[in-house]
Design a protein around this ligand. Structure first.
Ligand SMILES: Nc1ncnc2c1ncn2[C@@H]1O[C@H](COP(=O)(O)OP(=O)(O)OP(=O)(O)O)[C@@H](O)[C@H]1O
Ligand code: SF4
Ligand SMILES: [Mg+2]
Length: 364
């Protein structure tokens, strides 16, 4: 048993033991898509752990591989969900002592919906337009529970009530288009949670919603997690969203993890220049609108011709700081920068501490 396991860490280094003790353990996950332009390495060696009752926030800009990671955990790439050519997936995904990548797809299908569920980025893609909200929740429930329609309908109404849909006994018979965006998100959360899943992945649950509804949805996920003790992964562009909600944060860049650790460490003592950039681009109430959103300059790396060395190099203001010029040729691996806190950067600890304290933090 490693130190991490003894302390009940929610996120940590993959361990060499065959059967992990963490509730969810992802080891060296790779999801590559063969395309006419070449192999797209959407996720390229991701590892983390998550315990029940804990929340992991996965943060990164558009195209960094967040959704591909979640669909991978849910076993949805192999279901032919994406494109015509099959994704190439390797690594290990352990859920409650079972390895999912090598498991029978029927077993993964059985687990999906019952033990693990996902709130999708776009509720319209997850809800069928021709069936009422109630019918869809009833079906989701009855796949896994041998109950009559009346009992399942009662359960659907109860779930709609739980997620804050007014007049759930009437709304249950509405079609998705009769719901507002926020209500559709809630209905989808109700559907995801109808079987009390032990792992819930919420992929950008709030981007399309206004700020008040966003806060309500996040509160709702938090309440439901307390009630059901589930493990939750919240995926977002916005570090601010997960700083409060998550126990641990994993920052993705170009299909890889560049920093991860306890939320307060990643938020208040980040040790990767990309995380600094994300923090600088966060909206803040005490700033003028034009000063608020400074996106990280430059564009995300190609996932086909991944350059050697540090993938953040072309955009990194500190690329020339490491003196031995390794940045351009050697890829930095995750190294521990504090208790359960890792970052992948060639700068020394001292260099990063100094830059953070003297140059970055005072400006945030
Ligand atoms: N089936 C596929 N074939 C080829 N490339 C794909 C496929 N699915 C995803 N990708 C690519 O993988 C990369 C990661 O996609 P992903 O959807 O995980 O990004 P994301 O981090 O969720 O972004 P966003 O924040 O915009 O949702 C993108 O460059 C995307 O174009
Ligand atoms: S390794 Fe170099 S380029 Fe990459 S983040 Fe660190 S300083 Fe920037
Ligand atoms: Mg996404």
């Amino acid at each position: 048993m490693t130190e991490l396991h003894k302390t009940g860490a929610a996120v940590g280094e993959p361990v060499a033991t065959a059967t992990p003790t963490a509730f969810l353990e992802v080891r060296d996950l790779k999801v590559h898509f063969p395309t006419d332009d070449g192999l797209v390495k959407s996720v390229d060696g991701l590892s983390f752990q998550l315990e029940k009752g804990k929340t992991l926030g996965i943060v990164g800009e558009s195209g960094s591989g967040k959704s591909v990671t979640s669909l991978g955990i849910m076993g949805l790439h192999t279901a032919g969900q994406y494109g015509k050519r099959k994704a190439q997936i390797s690594g290990e995904i352990w859920l409650d002592g079972r390895e999912l990548l090598s498991a029978d797809p029927r077993e993964v299908r059985r687990l999906r919906g019952r033990e693990m569920a996902m709130i999708f980025q776009d509720p319209l893609s997850a809800l069928h337009p021709y069936y009422t909200i109630g019918t869809q929740i009833v079906e989701a429930y009855r796949i896994h529970h041998d109950v009559d329609k009346k009992t399942a309908r009662r359960r659907a109404i109860e779930m709609l009530d739980r997620v804050g849909i007014p007049q759930p006994d009437k709304r249950v018979d509405n079609y998705p288009h009769e719901f507002s965006g926020g209500m559709r998100q809630r209905a989808m959360i109700a559907m995801s949670l109808v079987n009390n899943p032990e792992l819930l992945i919420a992929d950008e649950p709030t981007t399309a919603l206004d700020v008040t509804v966003q806060a309500q949805i996040l509160d709702l996920i938090r309440d439901l997690q307390k009630e059901f003790g589930s493990a939750v992964i919240v995926i977002t562009h916005d570090l601010g969203v997960v700083a409060e909600l998550a126990d641990d944060i994993l920052v993705m860049y170009g299909g890889r993890c560049v920093e991860r650790g306890p939320a307060e460490k990643v938020f208040y003592e980040p040790r990767h220049p990309y995380t600094w950039g994300l923090l600088g681009s966060m909206p803040r109430l005490d700033r003028e609108q034009q000063d608020r959103l400074i996106p990280v300059k430059g564009s995300p790396p190609s996932l086909i011709n991944v350059p050697s060395g540090c993938a953040f190099n072309p955009r990194c203001p500190y690329a020339d700081v490491p003196k031995d010029n390794v940045t351009r040729t050697v890829r930095p691996e995750l190294t521990e920068v504090g208790g359960r806190h890792w970052a992948a950067c060639h700068m020394t600890q001292e260099q990063r501490e100094r830059i953070w304290t003297e140059e970055i933090a005072p400006k945030l």
